[in-house]
Each structure stands twice: as structure tokens, then as C-alpha cells.
Ligand binder design. Structure first.
Ligand code: ITT
Length: 196
């Protein structure tokens, strides 16, 4: 059994990572409460994921796993991207961020609302060895919120190939089976299996 300390402080992300990894033979240890949140100062998802994982290795002496995710909207030249958590301001809620997104896209027609979620998962070992994998989910930004599941931008992200359903209209199992995060975690399991 592979064991990592979890670097994310986001309980929604943590729940999804646990659900996927428990089926792939990877055990996650809780992020210790006394480790301060990491300032995401890098310009890329990979850079920020590595920052978060390295911080947990330094604090615990154990191998750590981090997720950094962004929503990249074509009509906004890739924004909010790396800044997805702080899109509507430093302490913005999920709802504030969604409102900001819908507002900015108000005049943009359906066919020009393409977007994708990208997740980078970083694993860092106490030896200094590091690895990163990525998962992508293609879709489109809806004109309003739909669905009650998930978190963040899920109510406005229509998933390509699902007949226009948003991520928030999928069950947790459906989301994990096709999401950016699920894909990245399954890619990680393959890399780990190949190197063991
Ligand atoms: P940690 O850094 O502690 O892991 P965070 O919430 O800051 O937590 P990210 O920087 O990776 O994590 O995420 C940026 C934002 O993107 C997040 O706050 C959500 O608003 C959104 N987000 C991430 N994953 C998502 C998903 O699967 N569905 C919808 N929105 C998501």
C-alpha cells in the first residue's frame, strides 16, 4: 500500500481524491492542522502543486501529494486559470467566483464558451524525488447554474459528451469517473505501478 500525506486544505478536493485513490491502492493521511496554508505564488499549476507538496514533506518528513486545479476559459484567454480560487477577489466564495464568471461571459454566445479544467497532481518524496501528472476535462460554460452536487465552478461547467449536463448534475461517482482530477489520479497510479 502506498501512503501519502495530503497537501490540500480544500475538503471538497480531499473527498474526491480519497474516493478515487482508495480504489487504486493509495492511502491518504490527513493534512496536519498546524501546517499553514501555502501561498500559491507560482505562475503554473505544476509550480503551485509542487510548492504545496514540498511544504508538506518539509513539515512531516513523509511523501506528500498535492492537487492544483484551474478553469481555463477560451473567451477569457485562459482566465481564471491558475487564479481560479481568487478570481472574484482574495477571499472570494465559490458563489462569488461563479457570479464573476457568468457576468464576464454574459455577451458571449454558446458556441464561444468552450473551457477546460486542468488538474496537476504532484508527488514529492523525502528523498527530493518529484513527479507530476495532469488530467484535463473539456466542456463549456453554461449561461446559468444547474445541479446541486460537487463544488466550485461545477454548477456552470457543462461536460462535453454528457448531453450538456453540468458537473454538478453528475453523481460523485460519475464526476470522479471522467473528471480532470479523476484522470490525473489514475495517470498517477499508472506511473506508480510502472516504477514499483
Ligand atoms: P488547496 O490549494 O488547499 O488544494 P484550493 O481550493 O485553493 O485548495 P486550487 O487552487 O487547486 O485549490 O483550486 C482553485 C479553485 O478552482 C477552487 O477553489 C475551486 O473554486 C475551483 N475548482 C478546483 N477543482 C474544481 C472542481 O473539480 N470543480 C469545480 N471547481 C473546482
Amino acid at each position: 500500500m502506498t501512503t501519502f500525506v495530503l497537501a490540500t486544505a480544500n475538503p471538497h478536493k480531499s473527498l474526491e481524491m480519497r474516493a478515487v485513490l482508495s480504489e487504486l491502492g493509495v492511502e491518504l493521511l490527513e493534512r496536519p492542522d498546524d501546517v499553514p496554508e501555502v501561498d500559491e505564488t507560482e505562475a503554473t499549476l505544476e509550480g503551485n502543486a509542487l510548492l504545496k507538496a514540498r511544504t508538506l514533506v518539509a513539515a512531516t518528513g513523509r511523501a506528500a501529494i498535492a492537487d492544483d486545479t484551474g478553469l481555463f476559459v477560451d473567451a477569457l484567454e485562459g482566465r481564471p486559470g491558475v487564479f481560479s480560487a481568487r478570481y472574484a477577489g482574495e477571499h472570494a466564495s465559490y458563489d462569488d467566483n461563479v457570479a464573476q464568471l457568468l457576468g464576464e461571459l454574459e455577451a458571449v454566445p454558446q458556441e464561444s464558451r468552450a473551457a477546460r479544467f486542468r488538474t496537476v497532481i504532484a508527488v514529492v518524496y523525502p528523498s527530493g524525488e518529484e513527479l507530476c501528472v495532469e488530467g484535463v476535462l473539456e466542456g463549456r460554460i453554461a449561461t446559468g447554474r444547474r445541479g446541486a452536487n460537487g463544488f466550485g465552478y461545477d454548477p456552470v461547467f457543462e461536460v462535453l459528451g454528457t448531453g450538456g449536463r453540468t458537473l454538478a448534475e453528475l453523481t460523485p461517482e460519475e464526476k470522479n469517473a471522467l473528471s480532470h482530477r479523476g484522470r490525473a489520479l489514475r495517470a498517477l497510479a499508472q506511473v506508480l505501478a510502472a516504477s514499483s
